[in-house]
Design a binder for this molecule. Structure first.
Ligand code: SF4
Length: 144
């Protein structure tokens, strides 16, 4: 909500694609609005009322979502406190996964599955988040 001063849009290079920079580090990144969030992005009502918010944030139902989730800056992934929550097949809440891809849980079974996953999935690969979510699903968990 308050990263508007840290994520700067330098220019729009084509519809839904932007050259941006992370102000704190000066790191450039290329942001593309996720295909399934383009309608949300085009509605600028909320963002024009929140000048401190990152220009890519939009409300979606009761949540506020990043519309460039797939291409957001590495710093965003680091700062995001929760990437997804993990539930049992019975939808019991078991733990959270943070932006640095760390699991927080008291559930020993999930912890053990997670540790096995750490040996199987290269944690620094660009699609690590998707692969971890797929791995959890394969093992009967629900990441959301
Ligand atoms: S995660 Fe998305 S909405 Fe949040 S600061 Fe980064 S680009 Fe902006």
């Amino acid at each position: 909500m308050y990263l508007g001063d840290y994520i700067e849009i330098d220019r729009e290079i084509r519809p839904f694609e932007f050259e941006c920079s992370s102000v704190s580090t000066g790191t450039p990144f290329h942001a593309r609005v996720d295909e399934d969030k383009r309608d949300l992005f085009l509605d600028t009502t909320w963002i024009s009322e929140h000048p401190s918010a990152c220009r890519f944030l939009r409300p979606s139902g009761e949540r506020i979502v990043c519309t460039v989730h797939e291409t957001s800056a590495p710093q965003c992934k680091f700062y995001r406190c929760v990437v997804f929550r993990v539930y049992s097949p019975e939808r019991k809440f078991l733990g959270t996964v943070t932006g640095t891809l760390a699991l927080h849980t008291d559930n020993l079974e999930l912890q053990s599955v997670w540790e096995k996953g750490e040996r199987l999935i290269p944690w620094d690969s660009p699609d690590a988040e998707d692969r971890i979510a797929a791995y959890l699903i394969e093992n009967g968990y629900i990441p959301e």
